[in-house]
Design a protein around this ligand. Structure first.
Ligand code: FNR
Length: 380
């Protein structure tokens, strides 16, 4: 109601409350290069479009005359209680969008009480983000290096910095064919790359002949070599389990058998995700994969979801399809590009407010009671 009340005095929000307008506004402000990095998808973009279509095809069937006066948005995920079933997804090199990059996004998440998932490929060292966040809930996303010393070093740093959950991204052992990235020159956007998370890692640096600022090309090549590792298999997870004593979540799981393998390997959760359509062109829509994974492991693992979430009703639909919580990706990145920390806070607040209203207007007082019975599917 805050926005409506302010509207009575003629005040309108600085940024739109319609999340679908953010991309276009960001492009107008920052130009096509930075937005190409964020909006770009694999191949011709069909997976990203399918992500949206799969959510749009599901329709909520609201119930009436249920007491929804008192609502509690909190959600149980990975043995912890989140204030809402939402976290910010890991997104690399946020300096492309705003000079305050990951720190601004992390502070926005902290202020709104949602976990921030810091990418391995962040443009800010994890120590700096952690210090800015104080005690606020943070998770660390691992791009799992070929070199065990580098992996061990990242895990040690993350633990020392108070990251509570390890999110291991498995859908990027190779970077996919992304035309919008391939068709443009990148270096102008890589502001401050020399101080990025991995370029400040002692184990990473020990493998370089010369300091990063003297030979950036060699540093980038080492990064690409280390973080592209298509040779890993399920038994390799034992190494991570051995070196991380908190919850581990595997991100990028789409097949129920892979979800079962994750549970068998002693993992704590999965993120059903196709990386926002940025990896396998033509892949199954994440929302279409979600019910199968939830049915296979929902009683053994925390099932999280991302890829295509734009609004509060998308969050509701993901819960109804079997997720415990969702990760918000591109919308907050556009919020960052438009107005730094305040822009990210605006996006989180809009999504949460809309989720709260959708929940209530559909007849629910808490996320836990949302189920498959709340949705129907349009005929294709
Ligand atoms: C990502 N994503 C991602 N995932 C990850 O595990 N580590 C990373 O560093 C990144 N980097 C990244 C950069 C950009 C620009 C985007 C858009 C995405 C994937 C991200 O965590 C999430 O899976 C998707 O953003 C979800 O799709 P939507 O909802 O943003 O379309």
């Amino acid at each position: 109601y805050e926005i409506y009340l302010r509207g009575m005095t003629g005040e309108v929000p600085r940024l739109p409350t319609d999340m679908s307008r953010l991309e276009e506004l960001t492009e107008r402000r920052l130009g096509p290069g930075p937005v190409g990095y964020v909006a770009g998808s694999a191949g011709n973009g069909s997976t990203a479009r399918a992500n949206r279509a799969a959510l749009d095809r599901r329709r909520i069937v609201p119930r009436v005359l249920r007491d929804v006066h008192e609502r509690d948005l909190s959600a149980e995920v990975l043995g912890r209680t989140l204030s809402a079933p939402l976290a910010l997804a890991p997104v690399g090199v946020l300096s492309i969008m705003h000079p305050e990059a990951e720190t601004a996004a992390a502070l926005a998440a902290a202020a709104q009480g949602v976990p921030f998932v810091l990418s391995s490929a962040s443009s800010t060292p994890m120590e700096q983000v952690a210090e800015a966040m104080g005690d606020a809930e943070r998770w660390f996303q691992l791009y799992w290096a070929k070199d065990r010393e580098v992996t061990r070093s990242f895990l040690e740093r993350a633990r020392a910095c108070g990251f509570a959950v390890l999110v291991v991204t498995l859908d990027t052992p190779l970077l996919a064919w992304r035309p919008r990235d391939l068709d443009q020159a990148y270096l102008p956007f890589l502001r401050g790359v020399g101080t990025a998370n991995y370029f400040t890692d002692p184990a990473f640096l020990s493998g370089l002949a010369r300091p990063v600022h003297e030979d950036l090309d060699a540093a980038v090549l080492r990064f690409v070599d280390l973080f592209a590792d298509p040779g890993k298999t399920w038994p390799d997870l034992a190494f991570l389990r051995e070196h991380w004593d908190g919850p581990i979540v595997l991100k990028g799981v789409l097949h129920p058998d892979d979800a079962r393998a994750a549970a068998d390997a002693g993992m704590d959760g999965v993120v059903v995700s196709n990386h926002g359509g940025r990896q396998v062109a033509g892949a199954i829509a994440a929302a279409d994969a979600l019910p199968g994974v939830a049915a296979a492991v929902g009683d053994r693992l925390s099932v999280l979801f991302d890829s295509g979430v734009r609004t509060g009703d998308d969050v509701f639909k993901a819960l109804a399809l079997g997720a415990r919580a969702v990760l918000l990706g591109r919308p907050y990145v556009y919020g960052l590009g438009l107005d730094g920390r305040a822009g990210v806070e605006h996006v989180i607040r809009c999504v949460l407010a809309e989720f709260d209203l959708t929940l209530a207007l559909s007849g629910h007082a808490a996320p836990a009671t949302v189920s498959a019975a709340d949705l129907v599917e349009d005929a294709r």
